[in-house]
Ligand binder design. Structure first.
Ligand code: SF4
Ligand code: FES
Length: 245
């Protein structure tokens, strides 16, 4: 196995600190961080699953939001052998690379996503007809109205979209991309919930209408949720209904 030397340039609350670690050439950024934490146990960062499902290891790697556990070192190391690591933006900072997800989770709790399925699908976009042929439509309760859909339950609640969003940093009350995408998801599959009640939560200046459609959220989302598209679809749904009434 080939080993490489990596210099992690890490923001530590008030200053940058460098850690030089040796990792496999096939290592991920999280592996390098774990090696750094062997040198300084006080280094704060979060992780759990190591395979892009828990959503806990989000960082800004060289200025871009990514999951450390699936970002290969070789993809982000520069010619000087360095990788820059910072905490996610637009979250309260706990320390070093660790941010507080509580406000983010509270926003998602307001929507209370109703949907969990055991069937896991590999593609981001699903053709609903072929889907119905393969799976038992009745058991999965797929709505007839959707020509295709993005599965918001793909959302791993990593917060990368919130960090990348240029609006989230300017409005502390902003619902944020993940929360707005969750509303869009409920709309396409209400499951006996009051759609109007849920839309009311975000049909205001700190919700749906605050988004400037920068598409940064969709750009960084590691799970193919495409929050920007959900937000635009939700807007057009509300405008259409308002126009009709
Ligand atoms: S929408 Fe995407 S980027 Fe945002 S929290 Fe969910 S998985 Fe992460
Ligand atoms: S450690 Fe779970 S998503 Fe990265």
């Amino acid at each position: 196995m080939k080993f490489i030397s990596v210099r992690l340039h890490i923001w530590r609350n008030t200053h940058w600190e460098d850690f030089t670690v040796q990792v496999s050439s096939e290592a991920y950024v999280l592996d390098a961080l774990e090696a750094a934490s062997e040198q300084d146990k006080s280094l704060l960062f979060r992780h759990a699953c190591h395979h892009a499902s828990c959503g806990s290891c989000g960082l800004r790697i060289n200025g871009r939001e990514r999951l450390a556990c699936i970002t290969p070192v070789k993809d982000v190391i520069n010619t000087l052998g360095m990788i820059r690591l910072e905490p996610l933006r637009n979250f309260p900072l706990i320390g070093d690379l660790l941010v507080d997800f509580k406000p983010f989770m509270q926003q998602l709790d307001r929507i209370d996503l109703p949907l969990r399925r055991s069937a896991e699908l590999l593609s981001k976009e699903i053709n609903i007809d072929s889907f119905k042929r393969v799976f038992n439509k009745a058991a999965l309760d797929i709505p007839e109205i959707s020509p295709g859909f993005n599965r918001l339950e793909n959302c791993i609640e990593c917060g990368l979209c919130v960090s990348a969003c240029p609006i989230a940093g300017t409005d502390i009350l902003y619902s944020g991309p993940a929360c707005l995408a969750a509303v869009g998801r409920v709309l396409s599959e209400p499951r006996h919930r009051s759609v109007m009640d849920i839309i009311e939560l975000v049909d205001n200046e700190h919700g749906l209408w605050r988004c400037h459609a920068a598409f940064e959220c969709s750009e960084v989302c590691p799970a193919g949720v495409d929050p920007a598209r959900e937000i635009l679809a939700l807007r057009s749904h509300i405008l259409r209904n308002n126009f009709k009434s």
